[in-house]
Design a protein around this ligand. Structure first.
Ligand SMILES: [Zn+2]
Length: 278
């Protein structure tokens, strides 16, 4: 029996995504830099924390949340996913279940009304979670939730509601990981680079160059699928639904996603809802 290895759209061997929190002004600059290199990702928003439309921050304020109209101007048309991050950024751990549910579900409902889309992603405020928060997210219809755990690796998450990252952008290993990711060839597993952070941190440490160098190193590559968190999650979950005969000659794709894989020496493409001979 040969190895069966999932490929990303177009048969690509690698995927890369970003995850940035809190809906702050510096996201605009983050979008400019990432767009230049074709990178994409997800913004995690607390919809109960928007400041008034005419907000004026005191000089030197670094954490500057955008008012709703600005947020829409900056994110609309960006191609990035909007995900939830708890209505008031409350830590879920320790909250009574009804209040944790309210934090999660109210954020989802508000963001869905604002952006006219289905919100299925989440990032844990302060990275804090426990089994109860995971259960609530599952019951509220979330597909994945990001922690702040770093793996320094590129595996596809096994548990999407306790999703780790490859690293934070201030991780001293960042550029070494970028090099390992870009130089890897013929990996026996699909590779995912998952970077997270807050864009205000670049202003705080005056290190936008970290993002520019990273985007330059990993961007615009033919072997990488640049996608949002939910696009990657949905693709991986669709892949699990492929149906094979025991001889591994027939593959049926019952999903709405075009899917790719490699079986032994063969590259196989199975269009959505179709059947392929292997
Ligand atoms: Zn946050």
């Amino acid at each position: 029996m040969a190895n069966l290895i999932m490929r990303f759209p177009g048969g690509k061997t690698k995927a890369l995504t970003l995850s940035y929190d809190d809906g702050v002004e510096q996201d605009e600059r983050l979008l400019e830099i990432t767009k230049k290199h074709g990178l994409k990702g997800t913004f995690n928003i607390n919809s109960g924390c928007f400041p008034p439309a005419d907000v004026k921050y005191a000089p030197g304020t670094i954490h500057r949340r955008m008012p709703l109209h600005r947020l829409k101007e900056v994110y609309d048309g960006s191609g990035w996913e909007i995900a939830a991050h708890a209505y008031t950024h409350a830590t879920l751990v320790g909250l009574p279940g009804n209040l944790a549910t309210d934090e999660i579900l109210r954020d989802r409902k508000t963001l869905e009304e604002i952006f006219g889309t289905v919100i299925r992603g989440f990032a844990y405020p302060y990275g804090a979670y426990d089994d109860k928060s995971v259960e609530i997210l599952k019951n509220c219809g979330f597909a994945y939730a990001r922690t702040v755990n770093s793996t320094h690796d590129f595996y596809i998450p096994q548990d999407w509601l306790r999703m780790p990252a490859t690293c934070h952008h201030n991780d001293p290993e960042l550029m070494k990981l970028a090099e390992r990711f870009t130089e890897a060839k013929n990996s026996w597993h699909p590779m995912l680079f998952y970077l997270w952070g807050h864009s205000y941190e670049f202003e705080e440490l005056n290190n936008w160059k970290v993002l520019e160098d990273f985007a330059e190193a990993v961007g615009a590559r033919d072997d990488v699928w640049y996608a949002t968190n939910i696009e990657i999650c949905d693709y991986c979950e669709a892949f699990k639904r492929l149906i094979f005969d025991t001889a591994m000659k027939i593959c049926i794709n019952p999903t709405a996603s075009d899917l790719w894989f490699c079986y032994g020496e063969k590259d196989v493409y199975v269009p959505a809802g179709a059947r392929a001979e292997i």
